[in-house]
Design a protein around this ligand. Structure first.
Ligand code: PEP
Length: 251
């Protein structure tokens, strides 16, 4: 089964609109014409329109970092799937560990967000991952099983392989600690098996990403693992040269 590599840069709470413009302008000459890898950037809500406009006509896709599961209503401060689709955003990161940790994102809400994103024509990147304590206690698989099963439970079977799942060990995010290629492969393989548990073919086709302190110098080894189809990149995605080098490593 050949799966198209997928590299996504999560810009998090970084970059004013002017800085986001500068970053996308630095990225376009490096990755704007790449066709054998899905290249995604996820700026803050405020910069989305500007980055969508700059990336128009290039191969770079623009995703949001979150969305609400409802289309509209009394949910102050939130943004919905149709609002993102209206400005030509193509996908959305859901369930990032920082949203789970700091903003009370729950598996229950994700169970609604993932199918809602798909209905609106957005590609969801569902993030899952264990804490350091869970890994030490041998609880990684239980945690991932819960997150993947809850997150995908209401996704129609024929759309399961459209979802992208990012395995991000929380202890490796922004810490400089990276899972070894063997650890990352084993756990991404486990995540794939969980999707195969819903539907064998979908599990074979679904893209599973690794995320956690990926850099140009460790990218090739991690991305070379059989069950790792790409990466969700935080820190290194804020530098055009580094992100370009990671995309190259995925080609
Ligand atoms: C992330 O936040 O998804 C991430 C992987 O961050 P970093 O690459 O900085 O560890």
């Amino acid at each position: 089964m050949s799966r198209k590599p997928f590299i996504a840069g999560n810009w998090k709470l970084n970059n004013t609109i002017a800085e986001a413009e500068e970053l996308i302008q630095g990225l376009l000459p490096r990755v704007g014409a790449v066709e054998d890898v899905d290249v995604v950037v996820a700026p803050s809500f405020l910069s989305l329109s500007a980055v969508v406009d700059s990336a128009r006509g290039s191969a770079v896709q623009v995703y949001a970092q979150n969305m609400h599961e409802k289309d509209s209503g009394a949910f102050t401060g939130e943004v919905s799937a149709p609002m993102l689709a209206e400005i030509d955003v193509q996908g959305v990161i859901l369930g990032h560990s920082e949203r789970r940790q700091y903003f009370g994102e729950t598996d229950r809400a994700l169970q609604l967000k993932v199918p809602r994103a798909l209905e609106a024509g957005l590609i969801p990147i569902l993030c899952v991952g264990e804490t350091e304590e869970e890994r030490e206690q041998g609880d990684t698989e239980r945690r991932l099983r819960h997150q993947v099963q809850e997150g995908l439970e209401k996704v129609p079977v024929d759309q399961l392989s459209t979802v992208v799942v990012a395995y991000e060990p929380i202890w490796a995010i922004g810490t400089g600690l990276t899972a070894t290629p063997e650890q990352a492969q084993e756990t991404c393989g486990f995540v794939r098996a969980l999707v195969q548990g819903f539907d064998k073919e979908a599990g074979n086709a679904v893209r599973v990403l690794y995320g956690g302190s990926l850099k140009p110098d460790n990218a090739a080894e991690i991305l070379g693992q059989p069950d790792i189809d790409g990466a969700l990149v935080g820190g290194a995605s804020l530098d055009a040269e580094s992100f370009g080098a990671i995309v190259k490593a995925a080609q």
